[in-house]
Ligand binder design. Structure first.
Ligand SMILES: [Zn+2]
Length: 85
């Protein structure tokens, strides 16, 4: 029992909860034409604040500060899966 508890503690200390998942947010900017791939934390910062109007602007439905040109721009968002490893 003692060994089991020790093993679990070692397992948990090996985990790094701050590591973002292998998913990036893809931002296609209609203003500068660039596509950016953001980590989870970068995406969180870019998306606050943001406005989403998919009915008015179906091609670029989201208004946020573009990480490339640093201006408020209409963009298209997508998820990009990075290969593991
Ligand atoms: Zn841009």
């Amino acid at each position: 029992m003692g060994r089991d508890a020790h093993g679990k503690r070692a397992l948990y200390s090996g985990l790094r909860p701050t590591t973002p998942p292998n998913t990036s947010l893809r931002v296609e900017c209609s203003r500068c034409g660039q596509t950016s791939l953001l980590s989870a934390w970068q995406a969180l910062r870019v998306l606050t604040p943001s406005v989403h109007l998919p009915l008015v602007r179906p091609r670029h439905p989201s208004l946020l500060r573009c990480p490339t040109c640093r201006r408020m721009s209409w963009v298209r968002l997508g998820l990009h899966l990075r290969p593991a490893g």
